[in-house]
Structures are given as C-alpha cells and as structure tokens.
Write a protein that binds this ligand. Structure first.
Ligand code: DC
Length: 232
C-alpha cells in the first residue's frame, strides 16, 4: 500500500459533469493517499446494466414506479478497481454505449438514488475515501472535509473522450468530436435539470477548471488541498 499522509482520515468528494476528469483524478489521488476510490457513476451504470439484462427497460420507461422491486435484490460491490453486480464482474460491460444512453434515465429515479446513497454512505463511513460522482458533496457526504467541483469546457471534454475511445481501438465506430460534444451537452442538461439530486456545486466546494490542466496538475492541485487539511 502507498504511504498514508497525515494522521487524520478524511472524505474527499469530487463532483462534476461527464468527462471533466473526475475519475482519473480521483483514482490517482486515492492511490497516492492510500485511500479507497469509489466510483459512484459505476454504481449507477451497474443498476442500469442490471435493468437492461433483466429485460425491464421498456417497462420502466412506461411505469418507473416499478423500479423499487427491480433493484431490491441487486448487490453492487467493489473489489479493488473492479465492480461486481450480483457477484459478476461488470467493469467493462457498464461502459458500453447501451448503458451510457440509459444511465441518465435510471439515475433520475428516486428509489435508485435512495438505495445507492445509502450504500455509498456505508462505504465511506470509515473515511479514507475519495468518492466521485454528481451529488457526493451536496447529498451523500455534505460534511466531507474536502469537496471539489471539477469543470472543463464541453469541447475539451469531447476531445478527451474521443482520444480515450480512439485509444481503445474503436476504429471507424468512434463518434466524431462534434457528436461527442453534443452527447456531453445533453448529459450535462439531463444531470443538471433532474428533480432528485441534480448536479450542482456545494457552496463550500472548490471549483477547479481542468480545461487547460494536465492530469498531473489536476491531481497535484487537489493533493495540496488534502495536505492543508490533514498535514504532511
Ligand atoms: O460518471 P459517469 O459518467 O460514469 O456517470 C454515469 C451517470 O450516472 C451520469 O450520467 C449521472 C449518473 N450519476 C449520478 O446521477 N450520480 C452520481 N453520484 C454519479 C453518477
């Protein structure tokens, strides 16, 4: 395990829109601090995948009140950086487009948010966690010692997504930067405009614009804020 700085364990909440650099920053930061990284987007994606696999998506679009029964027995856990849904490793499957397209819908449903919030609060209860998402600083851990709100220009976020997809060997199937920017803007709107736990900055959250920052700069910036709180 990496060295642990300071004596005090804290909760670090990192929120922000899609592709703003949250998960990369959170993962590296957690490694550097010897903290646990919890990717709450992966939890919403896992529930979405579970709904799709159970063949219940259309039914929920017609009548979303049935979602409580659907999620009741789902289990989601992290083992290292892998995520398991009902015991099955779904780390790759949850990144597929079919899941990305529906996750905003599923994550807008109150029973889903209530259930996952409870799980996330349990996961963070012993502190020493970096948790990223949309509502961590506002709803899940408003008392987190450090709250960060990461933002970046939509065009820049689309470029990053494009580079990431191209690197994964998407070939001709990779959407253009323009198409990705459109998708990102739509997801921002959906996440910001939903009724339950919309994406917004907690007044205490430190706003970090990563548009012109490298990953190392983003991590270093947040790391320095942690050191200020917990000491060297
Ligand atoms: O971070 P991501 O793109 O993997 O998140 C997928 C979706 O999950 C995102 O569109 C909004 C939702 N989400 C959420 O509503 N609340 C969170 N704390 C994390 C993600």
């Amino acid at each position: 395990m990496e060295r642990r700085i300071g004596r005090k364990l804290i909760i670090i909440a990192i929120d922000g829109p899609a592709a703003s650099g949250k998960s990369t920053t959170a993962r590296i930061l957690a490694g550097r601090l010897g903290y646990t990284y919890i990717d709450t987007g992966a939890m919403y994606r896992s529930v979405t995948l579970g709904v799709i696999k159970a063949g219940l998506l259309d039914e929920l679009h017609r009548d979303s009140s049935k979602v409580s029964g659907v999620i009741q027995d789902m289990t989601i856990e992290f083992r290292g950086d892998r995520v398991f849904l009902d015991g099955e490793d779904v780390s790759e499957a949850i990144r597929e487009n079919s899941v990305s397209r529906e996750v905003s819908f599923i994550s807008s449903l109150k029973p889903v948010r209530d259930r996952l919030r409870e799980l996330q609060q349990q996961m963070g209860s012993s502190k020493g966690v970096v948790m990223d998402g949309r509502d961590i600083g506002t709803v899940v851990f408003p008392e987190a010692e450090l709250k960060i709100f990461l933002v970046a220009d939509p065009r820049e976020r689309a470029r990053r997504r494009h580079a990431e997809l191209s690197l994964k060997g998407g070939g001709d199937g990779v959407p253009t930067v323009e198409e990705l920017e459109e998708e990102i803007r739509k997801r921002d709107r959906d996440d910001e405009e939903r009724t339950h736990a919309p994406l917004k900055r907690h007044p205490d959250a430190v706003m970090v614009d990563t548009s012109t920052m490298t990953i190392e700069e983003q991590v270093g910036y947040v790391y320095d804020l942690v050191v200020k709180i917990v000491g060297e």
